[in-house]
Write a protein of this length. Structure first.
Length: 66
């Protein structure tokens, strides 16, 4: 799927990220930036939300054997 950037400022930012990161293409730079932002957002979940996922996983595993 092609990525078209129609905003000059966004295009400049993408090229800046490409240059700063050493990405081979603007698409690679955008992918890297989006992955990092996704990871940052996941990490910024409140502890209660992260704990809820851990508790659900523990419940799915079941009780520990004695």
């Amino acid at each position: 799927m092609p990525l078209y950037i129609r905003d000059d400022e966004v295009g400049r930012l993408a090229r800046d990220v490409q240059a700063a990161s050493g990405a081979r293409t603007v698409t690679d730079a955008v992918r890297l930036a989006l992955e990092r932002e996704r990871d940052r957002l996941k990490a910024s979940l409140p502890p209660s939300a992260r704990l809820g996922k851990a508790l659900a996983l523990a419940d799915a595993i079941g009780p520990a054997a004695p």
